[in-house]
Design a protein around this ligand. Structure first.
Ligand code: IPM
Ligand code: MG
Length: 369
């Protein structure tokens, strides 16, 4: 049986289009090697959308994203748009999509491939075999809380305000995602907050503990303060299986986790919402890195996080585990053959550009399978 899937592709800005081009190369191969066929639509988002429509996220794109079975997203932002109104900045492209589609569960997996151990700034024995998953809440917290804004005080000085807000419902549903995932992995969740200074953190810890006792007591649960977690991630990252945390801490800790793997250019992510009446779970897949405007258009970008995001899409949205694994293995094997983009380049390796890296991975898929 053929399964037709609607995919919306939003390359965005900076290196977004060039890494997306590499991921899209794989889609034809996937069609030939699975029961899937794709109905692909491309559109603009972020700075590219500001240039074309004056705003970073149009209603049209939101509608298309809602109708799609999955969205494949590149990256947004860049100095070109540094002077636009704050409410109209390119980043609204991604933050707005998360909110509009209710994509509350951002899964960021950090896996150290053996062949990239040398690329990490940490010692090999600290990171060898690392496979951790950060479950980041992504529609709440300080990103969306009110009051927010910049006010001028009576004496003419100014005050900037943001608010960390979490309801018990929001905490419960993201905690469930983490516990469910842990059951399919090493069965351990470390919940991360700042309950020593924040009431929202206190509630976070309470609710996670409660859900654990009621529904997931088979899973091992620990709690850690966010600052300690940052320290532990570089000290002894292998202690973690699933890290469950808020929007802001997840943003910060996932950049940190990415560098354990050697480069920001290695980490894919899936952001999932609530199952709809038609059984589709809204989902967006994107590399965790930004648009890297400083290297855009030069063929220096690492397309692996984007390609691995595609692999996550096949696994989580389309349930094509084998095909997904084949793509991951093709990435591994190209790295095993010592091909490297600049970000993970080390002595004795063969430097390739973005386009070559994509082509090698595609060739590998075609030759091996
Ligand atoms: C991420 C990014 C975004 C975030 C930016 C681009 C708004 O850093 O996905 O980690 O902060 O969530
Ligand atoms: Mg980030």
């Amino acid at each position: 049986m053929t399964k037709e899937k609607n995919i919306l592709i939003l390359p965005g800005d900076g290196i977004g289009p060039e890494i997306m081009e590499q991921a899209v190369k794989m889609l034809e191969w996937v069609e030939e090697n699975s029961a899937l066929t794709f109905n692909i639509d491309h559109d603009v988002v972020g700075g590219a959308s500001i240039d074309k429509h004056g705003i970073p996220l149009t209603k049209g794109v939101i509608e298309k994203a809602k109708k799609a079975d999955a969205v494949l997203f590149g990256a947004v932002g860049g100095p070109k748009w540094s002077n636009v109104d704050f409410n109209n900045r390119p980043e609204i492209g991604i933050i707005g999509l998360r909110k509009e589609l209710g994509l509350f569960a951002n899964l960021r997996s950090a896996i150290v491939f053996d062949s990239l151990i040398q690329a990490s700034s940490l010692k090999p024995e600290i990171i060898k075999g690392l496979d951790l998953m950060i479950v980041r809440e992504s529609t709440g917290g300080v990103y969306f809380g009110s009051p927010r804004g910049i006010e001028t005080l009576p004496d003419g000085t100014r005050k900037g305000i943001n608010t960390e807000v979490y309801t018990s419902k929001e905490i419960e549903r993201i905690a469930r995602v983490a516990f469910e995932l842990a059951r399919q992995r090493q069965n351990r969740v470390c919940s991360v907050d700042k309950c020593n200074v924040m009431e929202s953190g206190l509630l976070w810890k309470d609710v996670v503990t409660e859900i654990h006792q009621k529904e997931y007591s088979d899973v091992e649960l620990s709690h850690m303060l966010a600052d300690n977690c940052a320290m532990q991630l570089v000290r002894q990252p292998l202690q973690f299986d699933v890290i469950l945390t808020s929007n802001l801490f997840g943003d910060i800790l996932s950049d940190l986790a990415a560098m354990l793997t050697g480069s920001l250019g290695m980490l894919p992510s899936a952001t999932l919402g609530v199952k709809q009446s038609n059984d589709v779970i809204p989902a967006l897949y994107e590399p965790i890195h930004g648009s890297a405007p400083d290297i855009a258009g030069q063929g220096k970008a690492n397309p692996l996080a984007q390609i691995l995001s595609l692999a996550m899409m096949l696994k989580y949205s389309f349930n094509e585990r084998q095909i997904s694994e084949k793509i991951v293995n093709a990435c591994k094997s190209v790295l095993d053959q010592n091909y490297r983009t600049l970000d993970v380049m080390s002595k004795g390796m063969k430097e390739v550009n973005t386009q070559q890296m994509g082509q090698f991975i595609l060739d590998q898929l075609k030759n091996v399978n």
